[in-house]
Design a protein around this ligand. Structure first.
Ligand SMILES: Nc1nc2c(ncn2[C@@H]2O[C@H](COP(=O)(O)OP(=O)(O)OP(=O)(O)O)[C@@H](O)[C@H]2O)c(=O)[nH]1
Ligand SMILES: [Mg+2]
Length: 469
């Protein structure tokens, strides 16, 4: 599994949201995955702004909301907005308990969350203590039924929705002329290197992030009608199991667009997903179209699908990481580690990288209503920042997009956003080519320089020093 999933049922989530208003919940910490310890809790939940604790015992879902940060200051924290709550199967309405006037909501220590009346993860164990009357008053039978063992313990960040920035953080011109202009500039693209005719862009990302859908969307936008050449969909495992290199035609039977989109199997945190060695082989151009991924065994040099001799035109010229906007805060440490390992390898190859944030329509209702809001949505901007920080990719390289998923008709705004992303990929591929040219020159110069002292000549790889992100 690539993401940690909530243990709240739909009904429980609805009841909890009814106490919190127009917000979105983002799971930060789940004790059964991260550990029932104070350290694990603080690791995931400190400095996160408003949060809600969701504790599960046999029969009850209950916990605490605070609008304040956990910081391990060791002090009592006053918070007039804090409350305890309980949702039980028997009750239609959730129970809400406000704090006793003048008392602290919680003690901000390095222990598990301590709300006085409810103290969680006591002694790093899956239990809680119940002391009604300290900070909050309730009847134990109504709050948690008296069973002090925790079957699960989660903390969610409570994120306000509904805000739009006065000015977009990036300017997009949403007109038919702009779309035509973008289409033309993509179709007219020519790499600066004579031996290369098209940019090869590789899509990498967790299962179900929207890699195949991105190709389908670009293909549809160029064709002028909906297409679904790459199989997309949802399943526990990666739908894509073959390496595919897709070319794109401008209109049915039209000229090929100088862009090859390479689709891979989804990344998983177990050994089941795309293998990192395979990813490196793909990036160097060794793996042929339709290679069937075998996660248990990367492709060996002597295998039939392995192309031994490759040139610049076979290599990947830009890597695009594809991440579902809805899952940004749910990316596990393991998945982030995987991204770090991949980024290191791709950096070594000197390939520029971009981050595509998909499903912006599902992530923000204001964007679902009108895609023009994509760069004005506070929520999308926050997700872009979070992703940029988590993966160590500059914000300027993060591109929110909406793929076609269930539509039957093309839409101008969707096309403009998709084409803008492609234009950016081609710009990045250009920086890759520019660096090759510089290297060629350097190598030639050095050949002159080292002609008589060949043993001093530096290795070529030392010059793979592109401006990568
Ligand atoms: N609403 C919405 N749905 C999307 C978007 N992009 C993809 N989807 C849906 O998300 C699901 C997964 O998309 P895929 O394109 O198959 O994802 P993938 O990254 O290729 O996944 P694997 O091949 O399984 O690794 C599909 O049901 C798509 O229709 C988007 O931008 N918005
Ligand atoms: Mg796929």
């Amino acid at each position: 599994m690539s993401v940690v999933t909530s243990s709240l049922s739909e009904d429980q989530q609805k009841k909890l949201l009814s106490l919190l208003g127009h917000v979105r919940l983002h799971l930060l910490y789940k004790a059964s995955v991260h550990g029932f310890t104070a350290a694990a809790f603080h690791n995931h939940c400190d400095q996160q702004g408003p949060t809600v604790i969701v504790a599960h015992n046999a029969g009850f879902v209950f916990g605490a909301y605070t609008s304040k940060d956990y910081t391990q200051s060791g002090e009592g924290v006053k918070d007039e907005q804090a409350f305890l709550y309980s949702i039980s199967a028997g009750a239609d309405k959730p129970l809400r308990v406000g704090g006793i006037s003048g008392q602290c909501a919680f003690t901000d220590a390095n222990t598990g969350p301590n709300y006085g009346a409810l103290v969680f993860l006591h002694e790093d164990r899956p239990v809680f203590q119940s002391n009604p009357g300290t900070g909050f008053n309730f009847q134990a039978a109504h709050m948690h039924g008296g069973d002090l063992a925790l079957t699960e313990f989660e903390v969610y960040r409570v994120e306000g929705l509904g805000d739009l920035l006065a000015k977009p953080w990036r300017n997009i011109v949403w007109t038919a002329e702009r779309k035509q202009q973008l289409m033309k500039s993509i179709q007219d693209y020519k790499p600066d290197i004579n031996t290369v005719n098209e940019a090869r862009v590789l899509m990498v990302g967790p299962v179900g992030a929207g890699k195949s859908s991105f190709f389908n969307s670009i293909n549809s936008a160029f064709r002028g009608n909906m297409t679904s050449q790459a199989i997309a969909g949802t399943a526990g495992k990666s739908i894509t199991t073959q390496f595919r290199t897709y070319s794109i035609k401008a209109g049915k039977g039209g000229k090929a667009v100088p862009l090859i989109l390479c689709d891979t199997m989804g990344l998983e945190t177990t050994d089941a997903g795309l293998d990192i060695e395979d990813l490196v082989s793909i990036s160097k151009g060794h793996i042929k179209d339709r290679y069937q991924f075998s996660p248990s065994m990367p492709l060996m040099e002597n295998a039939p699908g392995f192309k031994k001799h490759t040139t610049l035109k076979d290599m990947i010229h830009c890597v695009v990481y594809v991440v579902d906007t809805n899952k940004v805060s749910l990316l596990t440490e393991k998945m982030l580690d995987k991204f770090t390992t991949i980024r290191k390898k791709i950096n070594q190859l000197g390939i520029p990288q971009i981050l595509l944030m998909t499903k912006v329509d599902e992530a923000c209702p204001l964007v679902a209503e009108d895609l023009n809001n994509v760069y004005r949505s506070v929520y999308i901007q926050r997700k872009a920042r979070e992703l940029s920080e988590a993966l160590g990719i500059p914000l300027s390289c993060v591109l929110p997009v909406k793929n076609y998923s269930e539509e039957l008709e093309l839409d101008l705004n969707t096309d403009v956003l998709l084409f803008s992303a492609v234009e950016q990929m081609l710009n990045y591929a250009d920086s890759f080519f520019e660096n090759q040219i510089v290297e060629d020159q350097e190598v030639n110069d050095e050949l002159e320089l080292y002609r008589s002292s060949d043993h001093l000549r530096p290795e070529l790889s030392r010059h793979f020093n592109h401006q990568v992100v």
